[in-house]
Design a protein. Structure first.
Ligand SMILES: [Zn+2]
Ligand SMILES: [Zn+2]
Length: 347
């Protein structure tokens, strides 16, 4: 058998349909292409496809039986009826259904906007509010989005005024007949007679606008923040989302790895030899740390809870790691030279 559907869904042949469903849900959410970073998009897509294919067979008792008996036919091309579609809705709920539709039809306009945003180390650590300028389509002020110069409309011919079109879609469950928004009139069912001369009938105009963004504490370099409904406006009144890819400028003292912070801290020969109390800077305060006598260069201290807040639970913070570096004095005073010489004699 070419593909092991059980392996793909991480279940056993004897597992119940509930277990299969649960595992499928987990994997489908994990590998949903919308969640993938750009570099992993292909991998996620092929995983997602494989998971769906496996589930479409193993969730259908008749197909499962055929599969178990060693049949290798193309299960997914057979029509599976509406029962499977309700499963799909059941599993994804409202979370993905909308996006599933959007991504499945090329005619649906992409209203999402993608921008990069540079913030500094502390802004990322503690969160911040930013005002950014973006260029986006907004509702035409003159025609209020209708696209009409005089408020007169005629019926859309493509959908015969209904605003909807029937479409067939190939899915892992077979061909599903679905109603989609008419792309010609964007679901309105009518078209303008005389186009608004301000927006050319588009109902939207491209403007530079200021958008206020709340950055959550703990966001990391390369992560993408999704700001709901701050993307392009469509003629039909829909709003896309704004995606901001975060870039963090380096800090002069601290280096970040996930939620932990790393730094180097210089100490003197005598501090290393005799031990001492140090005041170590962290991102929120100075922390008093004791070093023991006989500390060696390169020893690392860990300060618990002084790292970066977890983005999903800012109450919890990572740790700070301090690498102690013994500084060899370059210029000695006469008194120091004398003392080091005496020390040398003792060694
Ligand atoms: Zn207009
Ligand atoms: Zn139409």
């Amino acid at each position: 058998m070419a593909k092991n559907y059980y392996q793909i869904l991480e279940v056993k042949k004897t597992d119940s349909i509930e277990t299969i469903k649960k595992s499928y849900k987990k994997l489908a959410l994990k590998y949903h292409p919308d969640k993938a970073e750009e570099s992993k998009k292909k991998e996620y897509e092929s995983n997602f496809q494989a998971i769906n294919e496996a589930y479409s067979v193993l969730s259908d008792p008749a197909k499962k039986q055929r599969y178990d008996s060693g049949e290798t036919g193309n299960f997914s091309s057979r029509s599976s009826g509406s029962g499977s579609m309700s499963d799909f809705g059941d599993i994804f709920g409202d979370l993905f259904r909308g996006r599933f539709n959007e991504s499945s039809y090329d005619e649906e306009p992409d209203l999402d906007l993608h921008y990069g945003l540079v913030i500094d180390f502390n802004e990322a650590a503690f969160g911040c509010e930013k005002e950014i300028m973006i260029k986006r389509n907004v509702q035409c002020k003159k025609c209020k989005g209708s696209g009409s110069e005089d408020g007169k409309f005629e019926k859309c011919e493509r959908c015969n005024g209904s605003g909807r079109l029937e479409a067939n879609q190939q899915t892992p469950w077979g061909v599903i007949r679905q109603t989609v928004k008419c792309p010609s009139c964007e679901g309105v069912g009518k078209k303008v007679k005389n186009e608004c001369n301000s927006c050319g009938g588009n109902g939207v105009q491209n403007f530079r606008e200021k958008v206020k963004i709340k950055i959550p504490a703990g966001i990391d370099n390369g992560q993408t923040l999704r700001v709901m409904r701050e993307g392009d406006f469509s003629k039909g009144g829909d709003k896309g989302d704004l995606f901001l890819r975060i870039q963090i400028t380096p800090h002069k003292t601290f280096r970040r790895e996930d939620v932990d912070i790393y730094m180097e801290f210089p100490i003197s020969f005598s501090q290393a030899a005799l031990g001492d109390k140090l005041m170590i800077p962290t991102i929120s305060e100075e922390v008093k740390i004791k070093i023991v006598a006989g500390t060696e260069s390169g020893n690392v201290l860990r300060i618990k809870g002084q790292g970066i807040p977890h983005i999903n639970n800012p109450k919890y913070r990572g740790d700070q790691f301090v690498k102690l570096i013994i500084k060899t004095p370059k210029k000695l005073t006469r008194a120091q030279t004398k003392l080091f010489k005496e020390l040398g004699k003792l060694d």
